[in-house]
Design a protein around this ligand. Structure first.
Ligand SMILES: [Fe+2]
Ligand SMILES: [Fe+2]
Length: 204
């Protein structure tokens, strides 16, 4: 399993980009006029995916980058994750019919968009410039850890999928973000061209 993951895992930076793409696609399916059931499912899917993504970055990606780069942005990234966790905790405690639910969801979306923009324009290019030789190994470590985290939260994944079943993108997002199965993700219509084209080696 370990060597298979080493072979099929995209690099750390491409995994992070893929996670961002799927979370943003899920955000964009949320509409205030949707049913409370669908809104609950979308919010739960986003929260679960973000929690796992943030943990992977904090445990594996940021520490590796911090050794190569003295940057306020690297230091403030876990702080921004903390702000997201505060909003996600609020969302989890609310019912989706609460008038503040939409507002809280969109506040989380704004925070995530800002954070993702910083990572994609500064941190990921910096990692590809400063530690290119480590990115495949970091990606394999992230894939292994993702499987552990997803396994421990399988019940939550199942229930959010059932509630958001009508949203195709959510199924794709949750499948990708939580199962760690990038081979499955390659066949998703949301998958980026590099992934549909050719697998992990092409993704470097
Ligand atoms: Fe990220
Ligand atoms: Fe992040």
């Amino acid at each position: 399993m370990t060597s298979l993951l080493n072979q099929i895992s995209p690099s750390a930076t491409n995994q992070i980009r893929l996670d961002h793409m799927h979370v943003l696609a899920t955000f964009h399916q949320y509409e205030p006029a949707s049913s409370t059931r669908l809104k609950r499912g979308l919010a739960d899917s986003v929260c679960l995916a973000l929690e796992i993504h943030a943990q992977l970055e904090e445990e594996i990606f940021y520490p590796a980058l911090a050794l190569a780069m003295d940057s306020d942005m690297v230091r403030k990234s876990p702080v921004e994750h903390g702000e997201m966790r505060t909003l996600m905790a609020r969302l989890r405690q609310m019912v989706a019919s609460d008038p503040v639910f939409d507002e809280t969801f969109f506040e989380l979306m704004r925070l995530v968009l800002h954070h993702v923009a910083d990572e994609e324009t500064v941190l990921l290019p910096a990692a590809e410039r400063l530690i290119p030789g480590q990115l495949q190994d970091l990606g394999a470590r992230m894939a292994r850890r993702r499987l552990q985290l997803a396994a421990s939260r399988g019940g939550e994944l199942a229930s959010s999928l059932v509630r958001s079943f009508s949203a195709r993108g959510v199924v794709a997002a949750a499948t990708t973000v939580l199962s760690g199965s990038y081979l499955l993700a390659r066949h998703s219509p949301l998958a980026p061209a590099w992934m549909r084209r050719g697998g992990p080696r092409a993704a470097r």
